[in-house]
Design a protein around this ligand. Structure first.
Ligand SMILES: Cc1cc2nc3c(=O)[nH]c(=O)nc-3n(C[C@H](O)[C@H](O)[C@H](O)COP(=O)(O)O)c2cc1C
Length: 329
């Protein structure tokens, strides 16, 4: 699959943009496990043009994570075009526009998935952003606003006509938020539309190598994007890549190996932020990881782990988990 002149290889697997999750250290971690492309958290165009410091920091990309896309959102044409130019100066490989975020503070104001209610504006923004920069511009969106408005097949053609280089589709409507199951049939319909020639990246509920293979095979998408399945499990990319290339499941590793990855994430998070904020930040990953599933009587350990306030406390608890396993196992 190629985005502009950027070759992502055959059946690429991408790390989805996720606010408060896909910071630079998590992106590098996923890259290390084989993610073929990574995305920053979404960045507000309004904050960018006002030079808000915290927002500008989100534009930092590393040579080691390429190809990387910076994602922006907003609802004003000029602000989006100006933000696109600011992002381009940070030297990402790709600029992605978010027309999919369903949360009230974004979509309620007409940005993100809110743009699904104003397609002419969505298209105008896309055209102007494409014009504003020299790097490839891509779009990430949803199937439509709600079940009565499944516009994606026509919309994909219109976005393509605006000059985008690839389209990512999350198989839900805005109204669904994150509920129900992602519907990949419409993603497949976009891909199978003979008028489409840009790569189509499918997204939604892919949490295993087998499901990823199925999405490629059944829906014919050019790429698959993984979001929540990577939280607390950055090694999912290695599992998927191995399965896609060999047809066989990657043999499991020692428990300690996975635990060490999570500990590395804690260290990186604390280094990037500070001890208090770093621990708060990484709790989401520790809460989501499948690593501790099935450990009997784990509840009290889990609560203690998610309450720990220092790295020392946290590592004491985490280091005791293999011991718990031996006792119970
Ligand atoms: C915590 C979180 C933050 C997210 N932030 C963004 C974002 O900044 N930009 C975006 O386009 N999508 C965002 N998403 C949506 C994901 O990119 C993805 O489309 C969605 O989670 C469905 O994929 P999944 O089932 O693999 O998680 C976010 C999702 C989650 C769970």
């Amino acid at each position: 699959m190629k985005i502009g002149s950027i070759d992502l290889g055959k059946q690429p697997v991408l790390l989805a943009p996720m606010e408060d999750v896909t910071d630079i250290s998590f992106r590098l971690m996923c890259k290390r496990f084989g993610a073929d492309m990574v995305y920053t958290e979404f960045v507000s165009s309004d904050a960018l043009i006002r030079h808000v410091n915290k927002t500008q920091q989100k534009l930092t990309v590393s040579e080691d994570e390429r190809p990387v896309a910076i994602q922006i959102y907003g609802r004003e044409v000029d602000a989006m075009a100006e933000a696109a130019r600011i992002c381009e100066a940070a030297r990402p490989d790709i600029l992605d526009i978010n027309f999919g975020c369903p949360v009230k503070r974004v979509a309620g104001k007409g940005a993100g998935a809110g743009m699904l209610r104003n397609i002419p504006l969505m298209l105008e923004i896309t055209r102007e952003v494409v014009k504003a920069v020299n790097i490839p511009v891509t779009v990430k969106t949803r199937l439509g606003w709600d079940m009565n408005d499944l516009v994606i097949v026509d919309l994909a053609e219109q976005l393509q006509d605006c000059g985008i280089a690839a389209l990512s589709i999350h198989g839900r409507t805005r109204s669904q938020m994150y509920t129900g199951e992602a519907d990949w049939t419409l993603i497949g319909a976009v891909k199978n539309n003979p008028r489409m020639h840009i790569p189509i990246i499918g997204n939604g509920d892919v949490t295993s190598a087998e499901r990823c293979r199925e999405c490629f095979d059944r829906y014919g998408v050019d790429g698959v994007m993984i979001g929540r399945g990577s939280i607390g499990r950055p090694w999912i990319f290695e599992e998927i890549k191995h399965f896609l290339t060999t047809g066989e499941a990657l043999p499991g590793r020692e428990f300690q190996w996975y635990l060490d990855i999570l500990k590395q994430q804690v260290v990186q998070s604390v280094e990037r932020l500070d001890e208090r904020r770093g621990i708060l930040h990484i709790r989401r990953h520790l809460a989501a990881t499948p690593l501790f599933k099935g450990i009997p009587d784990f509840k009290s350990t889990r609560i203690a782990m998610l309450r720990a306030e220092t790295v020392e406390q946290l590592f004491d608890i985490m280091d005791n988990i293999p011991h718990l396993l031996k006792l119970k196992g």
